[in-house]
Design a protein around this ligand. Structure first.
Ligand code: CUA
Length: 348
């Protein structure tokens, strides 16, 4: 049975396209430092208690075991022993207080707003079944699932959800926080190490909850891979198609009605009017080709995978709005999907 379990687990892990490191004990931000600190503190306190209790227990079992000459009488009873009762009330109370004080301090620390004039990257995060929308309001563009931030700059997430409750969680960077329809919850963090960090929706939110990944890129302040360079690339209008097949893909994108849900900036015909945005609105595709994954980290971003996804989304993400016959979505043939993929994959 364990062998079968191991085989299933190994194949499940092999199916992951990303390095599955999601370790809260390897923090790379001030916010994650606090989570790791509290985890280690509680672990230390509980370990000490466990060692004392286990040692005392073992000693008692050996020292007071039944011996051949026992006459069967019970040991002296201590019911109503005031000193003992006071001790075992006070000691746990002190332990709880000792844990509560740093907990409260750290809750306030996690909620601390950036100071006046401190540079902040504000990102509106909208959880949807089953992907994440990121609205860089101050910069004027949107993206999906792959969040980009700058090392050393405080990030302020304003989180909400469009349909059901989701939870944003990047273990090395943030704690978990719910994204709830009709509410806005804030979260702050400041990443200190450049890199890619993997996260996951942490609230059961429907059939494809497990396929609601997050990738967080922390860019250095300077250099060709800087955050500023990324922002500049995202602000550009979409590239016009360069091959006949991509051109046909663009026409299909319009004919099939893709642009009723997906915005591609730079051409009025593929743009989604801001007023047309609604709960069902899908990811902004202006620079979809620049992402490393699609479908919320379900697939690597390749031309072939975009074609597969556009042709039959339901086989990849069960219950996704795209391709759901209940919404009368237009069907896209394999060959049409290839053309659309040629167009989309070039949108770097
Ligand atoms: Cu969204 Cu689970």
């Amino acid at each position: 049975m364990w062998v079968a379990f191991g085989v299933v687990l190994a194949s499940a892990l092999a199916g992951c396209i990303e390095d599955p490191k999601r370790d809260i004990l390897d923090p790379v931000s001030d916010s994650a430092d606090i989570s790791a600190y509290m985890y280690n503190l509680l672990l230390a306190v509980c370990s000490v208690i466990m060692v004392i209790v286990a040692a005392w227990f073992t000693y008692s079992v050996v020292r007071f075991r039944k011996r051949p000459d026992d006459d069967g009488e019970l040991p002296p009873q201590i019911h109503g022993h005031t000193q003992l009762e006071v001790a075992w009330t006070i000691i746990p109370t002190l332990i709880v207080i000792a844990i509560t004080i740093p907990t409260i301090i750290n809750i306030f620390e996690l909620e601390r707003r950036p100071g006046e004039g401190e540079p902040v990257t504000k990102i509106e995060v909208i959880g949807k079944q089953w992907w994440w929308e990121y609205n860089y309001k101050d910069e004027g563009f949107m993206t999906a699932n792959e969040m980009h931030v700058e090392v050393g700059t405080t990030v302020q997430l304003e989180m909400t959800a469009a349909d059901v409750i989701h939870a944003f969680w990047v273990p090395q960077v943030t704690g978990k926080r719910d994204a709830t329809p009709g509410r806005v919850y804030e979260m702050f963090f400041n990443v200190r190490e450049p890199g890619e960090y993997i996260g996951q929706c942490a609230e059961l939110c429907g059939s494809s909850h497990a396929l609601m990944g997050i990738k967080l890129f922390a860019h250095p302040k300077e250099g060709p891979n800087s955050y500023a360079a990324w922002v500049a690339s995202q602000k550009k209008a979409a590239e016009p198609p360069r091959s006949p097949e991509a051109q046909r893909g663009k026409e299909l994108f319009m004919q099939k009605g893709c642009m009723r849900c997906h915005n591609i900036s730079g051409d009025a015909r593929t743009e989604l009017h801001p007023k047309a945005r609604r709960r069902e609105t899908g990811p902004d595709l202006t620079h979809v080709g620049s992402r490393t994954t699609i479908a919320a980290l379900t697939l690597k971003n390749t031309r072939e995978n975009i074609a597969r996804w556009v042709h039959d989304p339901q086989s990849i993400k069960q219950g996704a709005l795209m391709g759901d016959p209940r919404f009368n979505t237009v069907q896209v043939s394999k060959e049409e999907a290839e053309a659309i993929a040629s167009y989309l994959f070039r949108l770097k």
